[in-house]
Structures are given as C-alpha cells and as structure tokens.
Design a protein around this ligand. Structure first.
Ligand code: FBP
Length: 550
C-alpha cells in the first residue's frame, strides 16, 4: 500500500468548497453606508486617528464586471491559534486571484515579527492548496510580537516597498487589531501607500460587537471542548466516583465556559463576569461549589463536573488587586529577576505588597503564588493559561468538605480530577461554520484591499442565516475603539466584549443551572464535530450566536 501522510478526513476536507455569501460569488459592487464614530471617547479617538476616524461602513452587493488594479498583499497571523486561520488565507488568495490574476500574496513568517525582521514567503497556489480547510497556523506561523514603535512600522514599510506590497492583512484578536488600526493610521499619515486590513480571530470570542458577530475559531474550539466535557460526564455518570474540575481557555472573558456549559450542561459552571459583579471572594466561590457537592452527596451522587473559565482569577476583586500590584512590582524589576529560588522570590514579593494583597498572597498555595509571578506576555497580560485555578479550587473545596464532614454536615466522598482544555481545541480542523466564515472573511479582505480601503476590519454578518445570505463588507476599526488604561497608560484600544449578564446566553444559562446542578439526567453529550451529513448536525453556529440573534 502507498504510504500516506494524511488521514482520510484530511483528504476528504481538502476538497471541501466553503460556502460563501451570494454577493461574493460573482461581480461585486461596493455600497457605502453611514459614517461611523467610536464606541466611546470620540474626541480622543478622532484626535489620535485623524486619517482613519469616522470612515463609513461598507458592504458588498452583486454588481457589474470591472477591472481591478494589481495589488500585492502581505498577510500576518497574530497571537494564539484559532481554527480557520488557514481558510482566511485561502479566501484571501482566491479573492485576490479572482479580482486580478496578477495579484500576489506574501506571508510574513512567525507573526508580526516577520514584517519587522523581513521574514516572508510568497504564497503560491500549491502552498495554499495544501492548507485548505485545515486547523493550525503552520502555513506561515504566528507570534505575539506587539507592533508598537515607529521603528517597527518603518522597517515594515521597507520590506513592503521592496516587494511592492500595497496592503497588509493582520489576522488577530483585539490587541492585534488595535495594532492594525495604529499601523493603518501611521502609514496613511506618512503617505507610505500601504493599506492595513484586520480580521477578527480568537477562540476566546471576546472580539465582537454590533458589526462583528463573532470572532472565528470560537465555534470549533467550543465544540471540541464540549465533546471532551460530554465524554467526561458520561464517564462520571458511569463510574460515579469523581468530581471533575475542568478549566477552559479564555484569557479574560468567560464566553468559552458559557458556550460549553450550554452545550454540555455540567453541574457547575463559574462565570467570571458574574463573580466580579457580585464582588465574590475565593471563599464565596468555594462555598457555592461545596453547596452543590453536599446536595448531590445527600442524594447519593458523589460525582459531577465543574467548568472554570481560565480568566477567573483576574475577576475576583481581591485577586485582581493582587495581580495588578504584582504587575507594577514585577515590570522590569531586576532585583526580583536576580533572585534564584521560589522561596526568595516569595519573601521579596510579600514585603512589597499592600497589607491586604500580602495577606492574600500568603494564603495562596505555594504553586499558585509562584504561577502569579511568572513572566507577562508582550501585551503585559498575566499568562492565565499557566495558572492552575482548577487545582486551587480543588484544594480549597477538599478542605471545606473535610471541615463539614468533621461537623457531621457532609457524608459523601470527595475524589477529584483536574483538567485543562485549551490547546486541544485551538488547532482543530475548523467546523463547517468556521471553515465557511473564515473563507468569506479572507475573500472580503481581498475585495476591501482592491477597493483601496485601509483601517477596516473584514466583516461578515447575518451569520445565523444560510451562508448565501451572509452580508460581507468592512467596518472601520476606529469604530470599535475606546480609551483604556493598559500597563499604567491610557491608550486607544478595541473594547473587549465580556459576557453580558443581561444578554441572552447568560440568561439562558442562569435559568437552567440549578436544574443542571441537582439533576441526575441533565448532562448532554455533544459528540465530535461532524463535517459531512445533515445541516442541523454539521452547519450550526455556536449556541451563543444563535441565542444572541434570536
Ligand atoms: P488570542 O487572544 O491571541 O487569540 O489567544 C487566546 C488564547 O488561546 C487564550 O485563550 C489563552 O489564554 C492564550 O491564548 C494562551 O497563550 P499562548 O498561546 O501564548 O500559550
């Protein structure tokens, strides 16, 4: 038998033709809509972005055949992987070639640093075909380098001039698209003649607003995690002996945990935004978990599932204060960096924190305290994926249950297992929804570029309707911006979309959670993503999106 390096599913997916909005399927005409303004701080944003502020919304409709000028485009994958990135590039490539076969696409390697360090490759038909409908970002690689200095922008302009690149597409989350906006403004101001277009990526689902209904990758990642949660629930229901504490990625917002809860109906799901709104302490959270465990034990159910959003730790007000003090204290602190042992570091930090934070820090298990002082990412964020909150909660829950047992208030048996699902889902083969959505986003970016637009984010809307009815166009990135404090400075940034406690997805969860906590039969087992089969099994977008659009 001939050896193969591809699975049967990979081979079958290679020939999948993503579904597209009808407007992108033939000749296209651009419709100019309303002028825009930023979501807040209009005066400050307008002052900072004089060339790209207030531009109108644009959308595409079927039109007459026309000739487009030749454009060369450079594409960058920025930040964490998200299923569908390769299809943004396929859609961009196909769109560019359709609009003018002489167009060329270059990929900058390893993320934004590829632009600055002039690391690139030309993306040919052969290369792009290898990656259609696949997960991962390995076609050109990704990175978290922040584009923030004029020196970086100028180095980028040099390579663009050298390759004749007229436009850059940045595929990234809120921070990367903020950088895209700043870069677009800079190149416009310096008259470098380089357009910049953003694409909304992140499994975290927190880059969304009125015009961007969802970020790509969220749907697939949640479906993968929910399959795993469902499998664990079936195991728990069979063996009836473990409580599974499952932490789910999502650096800040709890959209992933919420979507997975709606899909799998666990016994407990913590939502960071609710915890912050209720000003809950770590002890309050543990008390809530213990209440459910005791109730279930009283009914002979010594097993269950707890979903924990990765970002939780930063939403507990006292922890937030501690982390913010640690951020200030550790930024470029050479004395701290010179210390060798964890104990020395712990002692050093304790002495410099405020009394409340120092007490909080002292009370934390050593492992968690150490994780809180690990390096920040290039955007100054704590790397929450390295903080094992699920283990912290298990430890505190076990202590509290032991206390209740001694008092005769708990008669069950608590055996726990911890899990962290994040990297398992970020490079999955994109669901049909993500494969279609990302291809359309890429194609849309090609049209925006050929129409001469800069400072826009590729936008595809009406996503709960069949793909043919999706609305493609562009949204000025400045429209999504407001001023926020980042790393101690007030900066223009894209507003992060957190879980809305008055939004339909959270309300749906809140209405059902007490039933899921107590009941024996409420688990849902979503099963693996299906790529071929009936549309109700294969093509459904996330529940979050469906509920939001209801
Ligand atoms: P983006 O915001 O860049 O899309 O990344 C999201 C994410 O997957 C988070 O959920 C997670 O906390 C983080 O990346 C992990 O970062 P890293 O890839 O550096 O381990």
């Amino acid at each position: 038998m001939k050896p193969t390096t591809k699975s049967p599913l990979q081979l079958a997916r290679a020939s999948y033709q993503p579904k597209m909005p009808a407007a992108l399927q033939g000749n296209i005409v651009l419709k100019t809509g309303e002028k825009t303004q930023s979501v807040a701080d209009q005066k400050s944003i307008e002052m900072l972005f004089p060339n790209t502020y207030g531009m109108p919304l644009v959308s595409f409709e079927k039109g007459e055949a026309r000739t487009y000028p030749i454009v060369n485009v450079g594409v960058i994958l920025s930040g964490g992987q998200a299923p569908g990135g390769h299809n943004v590039i396929s859609g961009l490539f196909d769109g560019l070639k359709k609009l003018n076969p002489a167009n060329k696409l270059y990929g900058f390697l390893g993320g934004p640093s590829g632009l600055v360090d002039h690391q690139y490759t030309e993306l040919t038909q052969k290369i792009v075909d290898e990656y259609r409908n696949t997960g991962g970002f390995d076609i050109i690689g990704s990175g978290r380098t922040k584009l923030e200095t004029e020196e970086q922008y100028e180095k980028g302009a040099v390579i663009c001039k050298q390759l004749g690149i007229n436009a850059i597409v940045i595929i990234g989350g809120d921070d990367s698209n903020t950088n895209a906006c700043v870069l677009a403004e800079y190149y416009a101001e310096k008259k470098h003649n380089i357009q910049v277009i953003g694409c909304p990526k992140t499994i975290d689902g927190d880059l969304k607003n009125e015009m961007i209904e969802t970020s790509f990758g969220f749907d697939t990642a949640c479906k993968v995690y929910s399959e795993l949660i469902g499998n664990i629930q079936r195991d728990a229901n069979s063996a009836k002996k473990y409580w599974h504490f499952i932490r789910l990625m999502g650096r800040s917002a709890s959209h992933i945990a919420l979507e997975c809860a709606i899909l799998s109906q666990p016994n407990i799901c913590l939502i960071s935004e609710e915890i912050e709104a209720k000003n809950m302490t770590l002890k309050d959270i543990v008390d809530e978990i213990v209440k459910v465990i005791v109730y279930r034990a009283d009914h002979g159910l010594n097993f269950g599932t707890v979903l924990i959003p990765e970002g939780l730790i930063e939403f507990i007000p006292a922890m937030k204060k501690l982390i913010s003090e640690l951020n200030d204290l550790l930024s470029a602190n050479n004395d701290f960096n010179a210390l060798e042992t964890d104990d020395e570091k712990r002692q050093y930090v304790k002495g410099l924190l405020s009394p409340e934070s120092s007490q909080m820090y002292r009370d934390l298990p050593k492992g968690i305290a150490r994780q809180l002082t690990l390096d920040r990412d290039p955007h100054g964020n704590v790397q929450v994926s390295l903080i094992e909150t699920e283990k912290l909660l298990i430890e505190m829950t076990a202590k509290q249950l032991a206390k209740l047992k001694a008092e005769g208030l708990y008669k069950g048996k608590f055996s726990s297992l911890s899990h962290f699902f994040g990297y398992e889902g970020r490079c999955a083969i994109p669901s049909n929804f993500d494969a279609d959505y990302t291809y359309s986003l890429g194609y849309t970016a090609a049209v925006l570029i050929s129409e001469g637009k800069t400072g826009y984010m590729s936008s595809v809307r009406n996503l709960t309707a069949p793909a043919a009815e999706w609305i493609a166009g562009g949204v000025p990135i400045t429209m999504m911006m407001n001023m926020e404090k980042r790393n101690g400075k007030i900066k223009p940034v894209i507003q992060k979309a957190l879980v809305q406690l008055d939004g339909k997805p959270f309300k749906y969860f809140a209405e059902h959670r007490s039933y899921w906590a107590d009941d024996k039969f409420s688990y849902i087992y979503p099963g693996p993503i299906q790529y071929f089969g009936p549309t109700e099994v294969c093509d459904q977008p996330s529940k979050t999106l469906q509920l939001e659009k209801e």
